[in-house]
Design a protein around this ligand. Structure first.
Ligand code: FES
Ligand code: FES
Length: 146
């Protein structure tokens, strides 16, 4: 069984997985136990599974665990220790989520765009995550101040 060291949220995890092509999403959720990252479409379209890898947003649902080894990965659990990330604060202030299912991936995409130095409407046009509840208006308002 292949084993890899994954650096997730600043901590190394030695994981044994059944296949080197096992998607990172399932390793995060089922092996490491970080269930904040969600499964939506499974075909790299909806963005529910977005994490940061090397500081950039990556969809984890089809990303082989072998290609994630040795690279710093941040999940929603590691975005901030106390919900103090500016995107989280904006989400709370504007009560963005409805069911909430898409929101961790949405926030990670927004956080990645911010890390890339983008602001406001730039973030809004860059983040293509799907929200089945249709919270797009509030997301647009929330990113406007970032
Ligand atoms: S679950 Fe990965 S993009 Fe939809
Ligand atoms: S808040 Fe329900 S899917 Fe986005």
């Amino acid at each position: 069984m292949p084993s890899y060291t994954l650096n997730v949220n600043g901590r190394d995890h030695l994981v044994n997985v059944s296949s080197e092509s096992m998607p990172l999403l399932w390793v995060l959720r089922d092996v490491i136990g970080l269930t904040g990252t969600k499964y939506g479409c499974g075909i790299e379209v909806c963005g529910a599974c977005t994490v940061l890898m090397n500081g950039q947003p990556e969809k984890s649902c089809k990303l082989d665990v072998s290609s994630a080894a040795g690279k710093p990965i941040t999940t929603i659990e590691g975005l901030s220790p106390d919900r103090s990330h500016p995107a989280q604060q904006a989400w709370i202030a504007l009560q963005v989520p409805q069911c909430g299912y898409c929101q961790s991936g949405m926030l990670m995409s927004v956080a990645g765009a911010m890390k890339a130095g983008h602001h406001g409407s730039e973030i809004a046009s860059e983040v293509k995550n799907v929200c089945v509840c249709g919270t797009y208006q509030r997301i647009k308002q929330a990113v406007a101040g970032l």
